[in-house]
Design a protein around this ligand. Structure first.
Ligand code: SF4
Length: 351
């Protein structure tokens, strides 16, 4: 007998095909898909399906599930940070953020990360495995269900793939997730409401461009020259700025979508007037946006965040040079919403 299929990772057409191959009417796929997105995971609760079919579904499919491990709510704003345990005991984190335009979730795409960025809390624990599409979707589902207990009208409207993991290192699963989360029979989240963040895997940026999905690409830049970027992000040695920046320009030219560059300011490292000048040289004259954030002081890299004044001064230098730069509002400051920290604490207590 064939292996059971991960039902939440399948498109309705694929469910339909498996059903018809097994002698079941294809229209049942729509009913099953609808139950899944109403939060029903037990085939016995899919009450409009005949009993023999429910039994058959148990042989053909399994429904991925994970446990809610922890939820920490900010006292300063509506930010909430979640830790989930996957079916094999791995941990992932997600963050819920509240904006004027609606609720946004920041999701993990891998259990751990193998990119090794020096400023990141996720890199210290190494890489366990890629997440399947179902495991990325379930983060939205679990947050939605938790919030709907207080507000039945709660709905996630925006998705940011900026949690634990490098999304483009888990390319096929992430692309499938994007197509599933966009389905109107599912969460129905528009591509334009989705941001995907990468540390700069150039060949995958080019692949993403060819997919033709109008998501926003966000690139973790953090340094304006190769020497500095090499010291912060090992990926730069494989794909240096002279490859990354042309790939980004090409992405913008082909998709018409403005790239957002993330730049975490580290005091006396990448926030000097010289760095601002180099950034202007790198990003001036084409459509992009720079998001400035204070670096997250994770404690073991020696990086220090500058003051609000340092951030504002750096931002002003970029603007004077013609760049489109903003200082990103820090949400959930009291629960340190940066990725990887809950997982780090939990994993450190394992075994
Ligand atoms: S910043 Fe992103 S890509 Fe870099 S180590 Fe952290 S999770 Fe991985």
């Amino acid at each position: 007998m064939n292996e059971k299929q991960d039902l939440l990772s399948l498109y309705p057409e694929e469910i339909r095909q498996i059903l018809t191959e097994n002698g079941v009417a294809g229209y049942r796929a729509g009913q099953i898909f609808a139950w899944l997105y109403r939060g029903v995971r037990d085939f016995d609760q899919m009450t409009d399906l005949p009993l023999p079919l429910r039994e058959k579904l148990k042989d053909l499919f399994y429904v991925e599930a994970f446990r809610d491990e922890a939820c920490i709510a900010s006292r300063l704003d509506e930010t909430r940070k979640y830790l989930f345990t996957l079916s094999d005991g791995e941990y992932v984190e997600s963050v819920l953020l509240s904006y004027k335009h609606g609720y946004s979730v920041c999701l993990s795409t891998q259990a751990g990360c193998r990119m090794g960025c020096r400023f990141c809390a996720s890199s210290g624990l190494g890489f366990a495995r890629h997440l399947r599409p179902s495991e990325i979707l379930l983060q939205i589902d679990a947050i939605t269900r938790e919030r709907q207990r207080e507000d039945p009208s709660f709905r996630v409207s925006h998705v940011v793939l900026m949690g634990i993991g490098e999304p483009l290192d888990n390319y096929d699963n992430v692309i499938r997730f994007l197509k599933l989360v966009n389905r109107k029979e599912g969460f129905g989240i528009g591509y334009r409401n989705i941001s995907l963040s990468t540390c700069g895997l150039v060949p995958r940026i080019r692949d993403l461009e060819r997919e033709g999905l109008p998501v926003t690409l966000s690139v973790s830049l953090h340094a304006p020259n190769n020497a500095l970027r090499d010291s912060m992000m090992p990926v730069n040695r494989r794909y240096p700025l002279e490859e990354l920046i042309p790939a980004c320009r090409e992405f913008t030219r082909k998709t018409g979508r403005r790239i957002s560059f993330e730049y975490a300011l580290i005091h006396n490292v990448n926030d000097t007037p010289r760095c601002a000048e180099e950034l202007i040289g790198l990003l001036g004259g084409w459509m992009n946006h720079i998001n400035l954030i204070p670096v997250n002081e994770t404690g073991n890299n020696g990086y220090k965040a500058g003051s609000r004044g340092d951030l504002a001064a750096f931002c002003a230098l970029l603007e004077r040079g013609g760049l489109n730069a903003t200082i990103r509002r820090t949400l959930g400051a009291d629960i340190s919403a940066a990725c990887g920290q809950l997982r780090r604490t939990k994993s450190a207590g394992k075994g």
